[in-house]
Design a protein around this ligand. Structure first.
Ligand SMILES: NC(=O)c1ccc[n+]([C@@H]2O[C@H](COP(=O)([O-])OP(=O)(O)OC[C@H]3O[C@@H](n4cnc5c(N)ncnc54)[C@H](OP(=O)(O)O)[C@@H]3O)[C@@H](O)[C@H]2O)c1
Length: 225
């Protein structure tokens, strides 16, 4: 039984094309699309990071984008970086594992090989165990809240992690930075991956709370009901 003792406030944020895609094609870095975001929207992204305690992305995004997840365009403190990786198989030269400027938490399952966990710890990464075979996200939320004092968490994708966070009812708000492009592709990652819903009762309902232009990008914000 999953008992959520505590959970930070969670904002899901994403850059998204007019056809709902997060990147150019499967396996491509979202940094290619992000280059086309207006400077004002890029600043908004970095301001948002600076206003939050922690930022989380999935392990595949780390492998594909090699993200830094730091605050760069504005003054401010970079949030704690959190990467769920059930088997602890993040490349040891990944930018996010350089903890000289910002600390990083890698969440693993109990099934993660001990030598990989040891290598991560040797790099100064905080390794936390949540779940048996796969990272248990509600448990991870509780660990982040209690052990790392995380009260506000940003989730910056990708679609697999986004789906699991929504499936577990862990997301409070969604902010989308719309890019005026269409990229197509049936298997191109979109905002949310995972399983389809079987009926309209299972649709995740949102309430639009704000929409505004930031530079040349429309930004929409939703509350998850
Ligand atoms: N436009 C944007 O804003 C944006 C943002 C981020 C990413 N992206 C793009 O999204 C693509 C990658 O997305 P993706 O869907 O392939 O991967 P992802 O969501 O970044 O990562 C998913 C991986 O995280 C690990 N994980 C561990 N525990 C998990 C859990 N409980 N729930 C979910 N995942 C868990 C799993 O790998 P293990 O089994 O190894 O643990 C899983 O395969 C890239 O192309 C990237 O460029 C776009």
């Amino acid at each position: 039984m999953n008992m959520i003792l505590h959970k930070p406030h969670v904002l899901m944020i994403s850059e998204i094309t007019a056809d709902g895609k997060l990147t150019l094609k499967r396996g491509a870095s979202s940094k290619i699309l992000m280059k086309h975001m207006s400077q004002e929207a890029t600043i908004l992204l970095h301001e948002t990071r600076a206003a939050y305690d922690a930022i989380m992305v999935g392990s595949s995004t780390i492998k594909i984008d090699n993200s830094f997840l730091t605050v760069r365009m504005v003054p401010g403190i970079s949030p704690l970086r959190v990467i769920p990786s059930s088997m602890a198989d993040i490349p040891l030269n990944a930018n996010v594992l350089d903890v000289s400027v910002v600390p990083t938490v890698v969440a693993v399952s109990a099934a993660a090989p001990v030598d990989r966990v040891a290598s991560l710890r040797k790099k100064g990464v905080f390794v936390v165990v949540a779940g048996e075979e796969m990272v248990d996200l509600p448990v991870l939320m509780d660990i982040l809240y209690r052990k790392f004092s995380v009260r506000k968490l940003i989730v910056e994708g990708g679609p697999t992690l986004n789906w699991h966070m929504l499936y577990h009812h862990l997301v409070d708000e969604i902010r989308l930075i719309h890019l005026p492009f269409i990229v197509g592709g049936t298997d191109t990652p979109s905002l949310v991956g995972g399983m389809h819903v079987d009926s309209e009762e299972q649709m995740i309902r949102l309430e639009l709370s704000e929409m505004r232009m930031v530079g040349t990008n429309l930004v929409t914000e939703y509350r998850v009901l």
